[in-house]
Design a protein around this ligand. Sequence first.
Ligand code: UDX
Length: 450
Amino acid sequence: MRVCVIGTGYVGLVTGVCLAHMGHDVVCIDNNQAKVELMRSGQSPIHEPGLPETMQSSIAAGKVSFSTDLAAGVEHGEILFIAVGTPSLPDGSTDTRYIEAVARGIGASLTPQSGYKVIVNKSTVPIGSGDWVRMIILDGMEASGNGKSANFDVVSNPEFLREGSAVFDTFNPDRIVLGSANPKAIAMMEQLYQGIIDRKFAEDASLPTVPVVKTDLNSAEMIKYAANAFLAVKISFINEVANICDRVGGNVKEVSRGIGLDSRIGNKFLQAGIGWGGSCFAKDVSSLIHTAGDYGYNAEILQSCVHVNKQQRVLVVEKLQQVLKVLKGKTIGLLGLTFKPDTDDMRDAPALTLIDQLDRLGARVKAYDPIVSQSGIRDGLSNVMVETDPERLADGCDALVLVTDWAQFKDLDYASMAGFMNNPVIIDARNFLDPVAMTNVGFDYRGMGI
Ligand code: UDX
């Protein structure tokens, strides 16, 4: 099928490249010329395992191209994905101006001669945005003298991709959600995803076909928010249990295992630690709280979830204070900066909050991160010394904090690192290391609720 993806951020680029890999003819549109040039040369602007390879093979096969020309993209696609950013505004509501600009641009490019188009909201948009996008497109058509003959439908097709495994998640989804009032649009989307539904690109092709949730626009939009909010609540819940364990005894890892084996609960997203970060959870939970408030509902569970998550970051600093007492003049080394492993993304990363708090308390902060240390990325890191290896990080530190659970942090030479430190203390803010092994190599080890 002929596809146009508008916006080549993390969601748009992964979607476009994966659809091209399936054999569809994809044009990816972005208004950033330099980024378009970079992608044309087969380079990915984001760090995402498997993406550069899939991109390069699809470019070589002539299945994906990159352009700044929105009108040409709209003409090319029978299915048009809107995948531009929906950042948070300071009050927690969603900034939909990029969606609006794209919808207007699509309207201006549609003519009475354009064939039937399915316009897909792939970005996470506030509930009710499907109808609003339809209205803006119609306005755009009218403003450019193209009349208001609406030969298109809007579909909500939220993504559930995790950073660091987005290509894998695209080809191995738990479900595909399609929301629209028109069965014709839903049928075209099913056709588009048939290869994924039939597990042709899956790691385990023997699994049953992927369930497709066909529903109305608003429910599809709500599914995205409810899914992310539930996962965030699940993490805040287990962090609360960890904090109670810290006071009354018990090991939260054992508790997680014990409750996670109950199939009604499930074992995923029950890892206690420093709390959730990243570009999605904070934005989506606050947007849902905001939408609920706009319609007269006080979403108390969601507000508590955000509160517990904020506290969790502070708690790590409090643990440092318990061991080191005054932090002024002390040197703290952070193992990991990104909000989770296998990404270079530091949006809403817990490390950034720690750096700010430690800086405010007069401590010196150093950090080592497998990706950030090798890259030139230093945004938001002006008050931290980024070291090039773990031993240089340990050198002269009064305590280490493991902030991101990078796999390679399991196998560092902690005995040697302890030797470089003023004081071999480690706060394992992800409950990632073996407490006994760490104690055996001389560390004063502290976890979160263990
Ligand atoms: C999330 C959703 O999983 C995905 O479906 C959605 O489309 C985008 O948001 P992502 O932000 O990439 O994906 O990260 P995810 O793997 O979900 O982790 C989010 C945060 O929660 C990370 O900071 C992670 O470290 C933390 N986390 C996760 C925990 O603290 N404990 C857990 O048990 C799981």
